[in-house]
Design a protein around this ligand. Structure first.
Ligand code: OAD
Length: 241
């Protein structure tokens, strides 16, 4: 459980900070009912990432990959942002400088009202043409199993960064700036094992930021952060305001 003295320290650090950066993972959306990837009920317990979330998997069987994304789109469409997402919006509004880096593709931060953000792994409601590269919003549930581009009729894929793919360069450079210049980095609900995001806490720390983590349990990052608070994101994040 998070100690109230630790919470107090973080509240003071946030109040004194000019620039705040927040990094989120699946744990912040778990309280909205979106499954995480690595927990006891995590998606990667029941599905093989290499069959569903790699460019090779899509090349081999785009229909299967779209089936899986359709299932996730249906699940996510039924969820709403929770108080932790709203608290992150409030942090954005009251911080002189702010950036949110999310690994989540569910779009719940946007729905909650976050505007200064990088969705570094993409967004499940965006599709990209495998021929002409154009990116469009698409909220159809279910989407056709082999959806085609409205411009060139090429096959559409989810606009998601899969295993083996690099982050979008513009996101990487925006995130590096946010990590190098923040006074406080708040890391919420990520297992901290997927790079490059797994290296973000140490980047901010090296640049002098105060780094705090909120998670249900200790993570590989817990030893390097200044403060590690254990509990549910939806309970703890609103207390920081
Ligand atoms: P993980 O599933 O790896 O980790 C979720 C983390 O959230 C764990 O450390 C949990 O302890 C914590 N957690 C669960 N419920 C929580 C709650 N209610 N409050 C606070 N913490 C909670 O998810 P990520 O770290 O986001 O990639 O995974 C990183 C990437 O791996 C994902 O973006 C995804 C996946 O493969 C792509 O989709 C490209």
């Amino acid at each position: 459980m998070a100690r109230s003295s630790d919470l107090g320290i973080l509240i003071e650090k946030l109040a004194a900070a000019r620039a705040v950066t927040v990094l989120t993972g699946a744990g912040i959306s778990a309280d909205s009912g979106v499954p995480t990837f690595r927990g006891a009920d995590g998606l990667w317990r029941n599905f093989r990432a290499e069959d569903l979330a790699t460019p090779e998997a899509f090349e081999r069987d785009p229909r299967l990959v779209w089936e899986w994304y359709n299932w996730r789109r249906e699940l996510i469409a039924a969820t709403r942002p929770n108080p932790a997402h709203s608290a992150v919006v409030e942090l954005e509004q009251r911080s002189e400088e702010f950036w949110l880096i999310t690994q989540n593709v569910d779009g719940l931060h946007r729905t909650a009202g976050s505007r200064k953000l990088s969705e570094i792994h993409g967004n499940i409601w965006m599709v990209r043409c495998t021929d002409c590269g154009s990116v469009e919003e698409n909220h159809e549930v279910p989407i056709a199993l082999l959806p085609v581009c409205s411009r060139c009729k090429g096959l559409l894929r989810p606009h998601i960064v899969w295993f083996g793919e690099s982050l979008f360069p513009e996101d990487l450079s925006r995130c590096a700036t946010a990590l190098r210049t923040c006074d406080v980095l708040l890391v919420i609900g990520t297992s901290g094992v997927v790079y490059p995001a797994a290296g973000f806490a140490s980047m901010a720390k090296e640049s002098g930021a105060f780094v705090a983590e909120i998670n249900l349990e200790p993570t590989p990052q817990s030893g390097l952060v200044d403060l590690s608070l254990q509990g549910r994101a939806k309970d703890l994040v609103p207390l920081l305001l």
